[in-house]
Design a protein around this ligand. Structure first.
Ligand SMILES: [Zn+2]
Length: 290
């Protein structure tokens, strides 16, 4: 059994606000660093959310998760987690598929212990298969994962992320379809979608249409509790190349903030800029002034 998720946990996430998250401990975190020190530094900077980056591997120390949970609650910092990159729920290789599910379950389990609200995952590579076939494979794997999740770590959300490359599973339609089927919500990475469609999804009109689609699939209340990613991004014919600082990119980030504020979107917007807290604070301060 997982230790009590107390009312502070619930309070952190039920309020209808948008929090801007740093992706990992801030660059300015004093040594020796680590998540607990990172939380303190985020607080000192005025940042109220953090995505913990378990992209290489998932930690196993349960005591450490309890420390993260109590520190984040004490500081009032909302948490999300990024699951490992080494995942492919569309793998034809049974051992690779099993390892992928295991990594996701490990991330969900530890995230729940750390008091995180949602875990984002790069679900799959298409491997040249038809989209319907890929969808079926991912769907079957997600069903398996959720069977165990609902039993062992029921609070944390499994968020399939919208992805930036054509070779990856994760259009908005795909992640919303899985989401509505299983009662989970996706991680909407606006930068990935912008890159995937070579510069589109960069205007108020397109973001509003995207949020309409989200609302239609998951309901109006779902807009109050979103898991989002954003940054500048470089892209080519096959989609995403690399993340960029907002001011060095073509992102119309002020317009996105305007849309989010006007529609009163709540939840966590994780800024995946290479300059970390600098861009988180740029987003946060601009949003507050709108
Ligand atoms: Zn990601």
């Amino acid at each position: 059994m997982i230790s009590s998720l107390n009312t502070t946990y619930l309070l952190l996430y039920t309020v209808d606000v948008l929090r801007f998250a740093v992706a990992g401990s801030p660059l300015s975190t004093p040594s020796p660093g680590g998540t607990v020190e990172g939380l303190k530094q985020a607080k000192a900077l005025g940042i109220a959310a953090m995505e913990i980056e378990w992209v290489q591997n998932v930690p196993t120390n349960i005591e450490r998760m309890k420390e993260i949970q109590s520190m984040s609650q004490e500081l009032g910092i909302a948490l999300t987690v990024h699951a490992p990159y080494f995942i492919n729920l569309n793998s034809p290789d049974k051992s690779k598929l099993a390892a992928s599910k295991k990594r996701i379950l490990a991330a969900l389990s530890m995230a729940e212990r750390a008091g995180a609200h949602s875990v984002c995952v790069h679900a799959a590579f298409n491997l040249g298969l038809p989209p319907e076939k890929v969808y079926d494979n991912v769907r079957r794997a997600v069903e398996d994962i959720l069977l165990q999740k609902s039993r062992d770590f029921p609070h944390v959300n499994l968020a399939l992320e919208t992805m930036g490359k054509h070779s990856q599973f994760g259009t908005l339609e795909e992640v919303l379809r899985i989401g509505s089927e299983f009662g989970i919500f996706p991680c909407v990475d606006f930068a990935h979608l912008h890159a995937r469609f070579q510069g589109k999804i960069n205007s108020k009109l397109e973001w509003n249409a995207l949020l309409d689609q989200y609302e239609q699939a998951l309901g109006k209340a779902a807009l109050k509790d979103m898991h989002m990613h954003y940054s500048g991004i470089a892209y080519g014919p096959s989609g995403e190349r690399k993340h960029l600082p907002l001011l060095e990119s073509d992102a119309n980030w002020k317009d996105l903030l305007t849309v989010l504020k006007k529609r009163r979107v709540g939840g966590v917007l994780v800024c995946e800029s290479p300059i970390m807290e600098e861009d988180v604070l740029l987003l946060k301060h601009t949003y507050e002034k709108l």
